[in-house]
Design a binder for this molecule. Structure first.
Ligand code: ATP
Ligand code: MG
Length: 817
């Protein structure tokens, strides 16, 4: 081995004395805890081994023991074992577990990691073989896009019609399939207006000149090197005595080829996976790789594990029932000794905010141990979402109630690139002198301001002690910035000034408006988050306007990468978040609090993550919100013809349920608000596929069970309501989705409970009756008008409001605060 070496990967092996010590330890205690099938997988050290088994059957555990066993028996030194896991986190955990099993600590496994992390180490050693130097840089997506854009322009193509991000996606797809530019053939050559492969070649040349690679190159270059240098490959084949791969079902073609090259000599390769958990098809993963294993490695020892050690009977039953709807699968039997336990709970909510509110309360109740279960601390509880924009409602809610949480596998909602950009625009509207915000978005979307122009603005600001905004205005006045950039910068500056004027003219918005003739009757939020009047949407409209006039939304609409739709969804979600605030300032304050919340220590926290990121993990308590058609399965999957995409979504649902050890709760909302409009949601088709005997349908709080529940009564958890919304509700009740929920016994129309006036039936309060309102306290009904009543509150004067917002005075205790 020669060349650049930034690791001790090929040195630092166990010393002879260490090995002797291990040998002297006698039979390995870790083998005791394995069942016979696992033990066979661990002890069959020579030749190919495939562990193809369902979730929670101890595949990862067996894989870890196998590594320990290889080392313990002296078959291989830690640095002769190549072990590939799906995430760096999984690799770290595996290292620790092996160290623990052997009592040696987590060090000394240099070749345990993700495909990328292993390949980057290898490529640094042999970079010159693909025309790079050992210190090559790895481009991030932004750099990659910038580079491609230049190439597209140089090729005289219209970047608007043929965006760089689209090309990046195409090239990435080719790299996932291990196609170098020369290997792009057939139908693929038609990509990107027939110019795709030519631009791909140009891009690879450019990367080489820059001494850079992108992520896809890490594997691709290694394959190229191994294919071009059989001697070198043979050296590595000898070096890596044993190869182990977790989550094999999600490998793509390039990863598969790379593994096959390395394993071809000794064939000591052990792959574990579950065809039912293949969830990365959209990124080029080929579930066929695992199904073909026995063909690729004839004589492979195939181990099937059937006992699930993770979940209770009902959780397993629900998951198995669901996945059985998939056609293209091997089919497996799973069983568990953990009989009984809680059934999978299913609950429908009025809307997403109520769902978040309810889950927050459940988490706290479970933490206290008040659900008939032993207390489960926050680290043991997770919320797994289909789409990252779903996280926002939980983050906001948990901040409000002070519930510590962490977001794994991606930035927290308000830390996302597009949200930070949009927030920067909002901050500028509130305060144009916010230099950080100005800097962030002055050239996003592109306004033709080069580094020089930006540096000039900075210098003028510094020299004159003024803000960047004022400096830009000054430079424009003095004609120092010219050309196209000047026009664009002027537009930007003028926009900010106009938005700022709009913020100022809105003035302080009254928190509650009552007694007005315009029916703007609202309900106070029990958690005292500022609530705006229901008909005042000025700040929401302003933010929509800002995103539009700045060109920011358009920028993502033009973007053809797979992430762009998600980013647009997040922007919509941001607008939705505004609904709970009376003005833009209040919202910005709230967000800065969220960011502040970031600096929490090591206290236990609820985990919020996507289903994709949750692969391989387990939690005692799992919440699976948002099971609605269009969200889960995703709209894209539903739009695609054929079963393929839906089946992948179903596998994702299977992954979700099987993360739970003791308690799994699936929920959905009957409505989601998009741009201030109700959208009625159909419960996910997957809900219909859950075997009834493993599912318990919970009575939803408040609205559905009738009466005021934890969610704070009518209006759900949103803290406001209006007559118009009520009309929409009636529509919802008649919608097929709602009927379907009813038929499943999941939800029901609001029912009368005590003397609470059901909206549909009109008020039932008599003048003179004493009532109680959450915000205004006690009062006396003085009149009724349709479904509205007039109440003379003891402390708040006379107000006209919806009858559903009050309860008879003797039931005041039922109203939670
Ligand atoms: P997934 O498909 O979700 O990745 P997996 O098959 O990799 O699951 P593991 O994570 O290895 O399953 O194991 C699931 C749980 O079962 C873990 O908590 C593990 O410690 C436990 N477990 C595995 N095998 C045994 C066993 N033989 N005895 C007791 N517990 C076991
Ligand atoms: Mg696993």
């Amino acid at each position: 081995m020669s060349g650049y070496d930034d690791t001790d990967a090929f040195e630092g092996a166990l010393s002879l004395s260490q090995r002797a010590m291990m040998g002297a330890r006698g039979p390995a205690p870790y083998l005791e805890g394995l069942n016979p099938a696992q033990r066979a997988a661990v002890e069959t050290l020579d030749g190919p081994v495939l562990m193809l088994a369902g979730a929670g059957t101890g595949k990862t555990k067996a894989l870890t023991c196998r590594i320990a066993h290889l080392i313990h028996t002296g078959r291989a030194r830690p640095n002769e074992i190549l072990a590939v896991t799906f995430t760096n986190k999984a690799a770290r955990e595996m290292k620790e577990r092996v160290g623990h099993l052997l009592g040696t600590g987590p060090e000394g496994m240099p070749w345990m990691g993700t495909f990328h992390s292993v390949c980057v180490k290898l490529l640094r050693r042999h970079a010159e073989m693909v025309g790079l130097r050992a210190n090559f840089t790895i481009l991030d997506t932004d750099d990659q896009i910038r580079l491609l854009k230049q190439l597209i322009l140089a090729a005289n193509m219209d970047e608007k019609r043929w965006p760089a991000r689209m090309l990046a996606g195409i090239i990435d797809g080719w790299k996932n399939r291990a196609l170098t530019p020369e290997r792009v053939k057939g139908r693929d050559t038609a990509e990107f207006n027939n110019r795709g492969s030519e631009l791909y070649a140009a891009y690879q040349d450019r990367l080489r000149t820059l001494n850079a690679v992108d992520f896809g190159d890490l594997l691709l270059h290694m394959i190229t090197i191994f294919q071009a240098a059989p001697d070198l490959l043979a050296q590595y084949q000898r070096w890596f005595k044993y190869i182990l791969v977790d989550e094999y079902q999600d490998t793509n073609v390039a990863q598969y080829l790379w593994l096959r090259l390395l394993a071809q000599g000794h064939r000591n390769i052990c792959c574990v996976g579950d065809d039912d958990q293949s969830i990365y098809g959209w990124r080029g993963a080929e579930v066929g790789n695992i199904l073909r294993f026995e063909k690729d490695f004839p004589g492979a020892h195939v181990v099937r594990l059937e006992q699930n050690y993770r979940s209770t009977e009902h959780i397993l039953g629900a998951a198995s029932g669901l996945i059985s709807a998939n056609q293209g699968r091997l089919g497996k039997t799973l069983w568990t000794e953990a009989k009984g336990g809680e059934k999978v709970r299913l609950i429908g909510h009025w809307d997403g905010e109520e769902e978040a509110r309810w889950i927050g309360e459940e988490i706290e109740a479970l933490q206290r141990g008040t659900r008939g279960l032993a207390p489960v601390d926050l680290d043991g509880q997770a919320i797994l979402v289909r789409a990252s924009h779903q996280m926002r409602a939980f983050e906001d809610r948990f901040l409000t109630i002070g519930l510590p949480y962490r977001v794994i596998g991606g930035p927290r909602f308000y830390e996302r690139l597009e949200i930070r950009d949009a927030m920067a625009y909002c901050r500028l509207a509130v305060s144009p002198d916010d230099d950080l915000a100005f800097e962030r978005v002055v050239n996003t979307p592109k306004r033709g301001l080069g580094d020089k122009a930006q540096a000039r603005i900075q210098a003028v600001a510094r020299d004159n002690g003024i803000s960047l905004f004022d400096a830009a205005r000054l430079l424009l006045q003095q004609g120092e910035i010219t050309g196209k950039a000047a026009g664009q910068l002027r537009g930007f500056v003028e926009n900010i000034a106009r938005w700022h004027a709009a913020v100022q003219s809105a003035g302080p918005v009254p928190v509650v408006s009552l007694g007005e003739e315009d029916d703007a009757v609202i309900e106070a939020d029990p958690d005292a988050v500022p609530v705006r009047a229901a008909n005042d949407q000025s700040h929401i409209r302003l933010v929509e306007q800002i995103l539009e006039e700045s060109g920011y939304t358009q920028m993502w609409m033009n973007d053809k990468t797979p992430e762009a739709p998600g980013r647009l969804d997040n922007l919509k979600e941001l607008v939705k978040a505004l609904e709970q605030f009376e003005n833009l300032q209040g919202f910005l304050e709230h967000v800065s609090l969220i960011m502040d919340n970031d600096r929490t220590g090591d206290e236990p926290k609820v985990t919020i993550m996507t289903l994709h990121a949750a692969k391989g993990l387990e939690f005692p308590v799992v919440f699976l919100p948002g099971w609605e058609d269009g969200l889960f399965p995703s709209q894209r999957a539903m739009d695609e013809s054929g079963q393929k995409a839906i089946e992948e979504e179903r596998r994702l649902a299977y992954v979700g349920i099987t993360r739970a050890e003791e308690l799994c709760t699936i929920s959905f909302a009957g409505n989601r608000r998009v741009y201030g409009q109700w959208q009625s949601q159909l419960p996910s088709r997957f809900i219909d596929e859950l075997p009834v005997r493993h599912v318990e349908v919970l009575t939803p709080p408040g609205l559905y069970g009738g009466g005021f529940g934890a969610a704070g009564g009518f209006g759900g958890g949103r803290g406001h309501s209006s007559i118009d919304e009520r009309a929409t509700r009636a529509d919802v009740y008649n919608s097929p989705g709602w009927k379907r929920m009813e038929s499943r016994g999941v939800t029901s129309q609001p029912q009368r409970r005590g003397a609470i006036a059901p909206v549909a039936d009109g008020p039932e309060f008599e003048p003179g009756e004493r009532v109680f309102h959450k915000k205004f306290g006690y009062g006396e009904v003085t009149g009724a008008d349709g479904d509205k009543i007039v109440v003379a509150f003891d402390k708040g004067g006379e107000k006209r409001l919806l009858a559903s917002f009050v309860v008879p005075a003797d039931q005041a205790g039922d109203v939670p605060f």
